[in-house]
Design a protein around this ligand. Sequence first.
Ligand code: HEM
Length: 478
Amino acid sequence: MQSIYILVGTLLACHGLYLFIKRRIRARNLPPKYWTIDPFMNFDWIFSTALNANMQLTLFRKYGHTYRLSKLTDPMATIITCHPENAYTILVGQDWGVEFRKAGMGQMLGSGFICTDGSEWKRSRKMIRPAFNRPNIDNFDVLEGVADKIIADIQTSDGKVEMGSLMYNALMHSSMQFILGLDSTGSNDGRPMDVQTFNKLWQEGLLGMGIRLLLGEGFSRTFLPKARYQDVCNRIHGFIDFAIDEREKKGLDSTKKTKTMAEIVTPQAKDRADARSQLAQTMLASQDTTGVLTCNVIHILSSHPNVWAQLRKEVSSAGPELLTWEGLRSNTTIQNILFETLRLRPVFPQTGRFAVRDTVLPSGGGPNHDQPLPVPAGTFAISNSWGVHVSKEIYGPDADEWKPSRWNKFKPGSKEFLAFGAGPRSCLGKDKALAEAAYLLARLVKRFESLESRTPEWKPDASFSMKNKKGYRITFKV
Ligand code: HEM
């Protein structure tokens, strides 16, 4: 009997040793490992790289262009990469999907282009696409009012403002108009709540959604309180439904030069919930993007007074045609400033995807981590565009410096500049956002002689879009 125990024990020990050696051999061909404190969800990595976004770059300096996180039973649960080929492949490849987002997002945002793959995503994207056609976005009527309001608010506060909240609130007006077709200043038209209340609920909803995305569906359903979140989602839905009802009541005005997204989406949608989802998901995609880009530009310019002065000279001597679509898009000084800022401070520094089938990334495997890397289905991968943007191999030895003039000569390839994503899922709002940021910048430069930041340090927080943790306290001088 005793010898049977010894035999079974020996067999188990041999099997354990075999698994250990097999894992060690496999690990030799995997990218370097970042050891997380939490081996179940890797929360310590998630929180520290979101709240102190600079850490994203620090870790690439330490581990190289591609590294991994492991979980208890999975030695490569997550891949994080800024290798341009890898970062691009993850964004454009058919083997990578986003449907994992639906579990956390669905209750608030339904099912739309942000959280679907394949034919469902194609249908959603096709539905919203006409809203971004040039005739529909080449219109600064609403933005003119937004810029007037921002400038007036700066003047009434003696030039001292918190640019982040000022920009966010002002741009919420144009976004509301573009997506829902609601004039955010009107409050007596029967809408369920005013825009400020909606805005507060939207923020609360986003927080609830973020927590659910992070914790996963099962955990959230079991442990998180449900009633309040459900109520917030219902009220947000009610507000968007009001916009859809208004659109249906008014019908389509064929003489209008532009159409709102509600006007474009509603007739094509399968039903009410479908229309609502596409509108809500566009609100999320556009949330805090143009505003954050413009704030980052202003913040950087506050420490480059010579560039502000040069731009002011140019803008002041230009005729009214500068403030048109063509005028702004063909002004190289403004465009260079926007692109250089998006390079060093991308609004979304990283994007996650799930491998929907076994696949291969171009680099990161082999003993020197420069061979193709086989990736099993179910692996999570993070494409870090920020790391690509500061690569000295691509942008030269001065890659860390903010130098708008580099864009006079440098024309990046599709894998080298990823601020708006890449491939079939790339940003539909790119032209609109660039034109709007250029317009706001030109108006501010024209009005104010100089500016100074009272929060000059750049401490990025990337919990959603990447912005300065200390805010954007700016003093403008006439
Ligand atoms: C500076 C401003 C902006 C930046 C940096 C930006 C960035 C991005 C990025 C990186 C993606 C790709 C996401 C992915 O690969 O999963 C994306 C997609 C998208 N963005 Fe933007 N965005 C901006 C402004 C906007 C605005 C203002 C709108 C709408 C009004 C918008 C609508 C969209 C849409 C519809 C998609 C397509 C998603 C898909 O097909 O899956 N974006 N954006």
